[in-house]
Design a protein around this ligand. Structure first.
Ligand SMILES: [Ca+2]
Ligand SMILES: [Ca+2]
Ligand SMILES: [Ca+2]
Length: 318
């Protein structure tokens, strides 16, 4: 058959072929686009769920902003140990407010406290406040603050402790996995000798102000007490004038350092290798005396605790 097309028909035919080609391309694009969307949706749908986090105990109208439970009190030797400032009654006194006062004794002594709800880790903000008895800018007795989330949900602090990294992390004199062994003295009224796992040794010395029979903690049954934790530097202590010894606070991150309380951020939690840990919230805290130093007539460096609170619900005076 002879194709007899005039110019108009040729033009029309090209337009039709062109539109057909275009529409087929468009169709291909649409198919590819649909496949892509389907794949994306499919990928999102089959993505593995996040591993279950620790159970969160939400804040309710009756939640107490302060710690409400004392789980453990293991003071190290010290001038207030076995007195009303360093016994289990004093330890219970720091619950539900800031009116209490308990001494943790020399380096490594600690207290474990719990909240009646999970203290959430607020992004880019401090979450906890720990109260001590420092004298502003001249007398701090820094305590290392540890936190724990109740991973197994049994209400007990039997999970993993994470140190809250403070300003002295990795500075000279900062030692993780530091260990001290205090030995019960031959006579109750003697100074208490210690050795550490770095080759160091010294004494927790008696003074004339505190005359209880012994500074060796009554809760220890054996001959020795071995404690593990993080040692903070004693570089901020100035005892060049023995009559006027000062201990300046570190920049941030430790208790018994700031008048009015030390605010800390759960985001500074680190694991045993010093790596950051992401915690949605915490249920327990541990405060542990961080500096090992004999302050002359002032006695040993010993962190004191007056209370601890959840910053998101506590009402502070200041
Ligand atoms: Ca935070
Ligand atoms: Ca637990
Ligand atoms: Ca103190």
């Amino acid at each position: 058959m002879k194709l007899n097309l005039n110019l108009y028909q040729v033009f029309l035919l090209s337009v039709i072929i062109g539109v057909a080609l275009l529409s087929s391309c468009k169709k291909d694009v649409q198919i590819v686009e649909k496949l892509r969307v389907d794949t994306v949706i499919k990928r999102d749908t089959v993505a593995p769920p996040e591993p279950p986090g620790s159970p969160i105990r939400p804040v309710t109208a009756s939640s107490n902003p302060y710690v409400t439970a004392l789980f453990d009190f293991k003071p190290a030797p010290g001038q207030f140990i076995n007195t009303t400032l360093g016994d289990s009654t004093a330890a219970k006194g720091v619950l539900r407010g800031t009116q209490g006062l308990v001494s943790l004794g020399a380096w490594g002594g600690y207290i474990v406290l719990g909240f009646d709800h999970t203290v959430l880790n607020v992004p880019n903000a401090n979450d906890l406040i720990v109260f001590g008895n420092p004298i502003p800018n001249i007398f701090a007795e820094p305590g290392v603050i540890w936190v724990m989330d109740d991973k197994n949900g049994n209400g007990k602090p039997d999970d993993t402790w994470y140190e809250l990294k403070g300003s002295q992390f990795d500075h000279d004199g900062y030692v993780r996995n530091y260990q001290v062994t205090y030995t019960r003295p031959a006579n109750d009224a003697d100074d208490i000798p210690w050795t550490d796992n770095q080759g160091g040794a010294g004494f927790v010395k008696r003074n004339q102000y505190n005359t209880q029979p012994t500074y060796f903690p009554g809760w220890v049954n054996g001959r020795t007490l071995t404690v593990t934790g993080t040692l903070l530097p004693s570089t901020n202590i100035d005892d060049s004038n023995p009559q006027y010894i000062t201990s300046r606070p570190f920049d941030f991150g430790y208790s018994d350092s700031t008048y009015g309380g030390d605010k800390v951020d759960i985001s500074n939690a680190i694991d045993k290798d010093g790596k950051r840990v992401k915690l949605k919230g915490i249920d327990f805290i541990k405060v542990q005396t961080g500096v090992l130093y004999d302050m002359g007539w002032l006695g040993e460096q010993s962190t004191e605790v007056c209370g601890a609170a959840d910053l998101s619900i506590v009402k502070l005076d200041q």
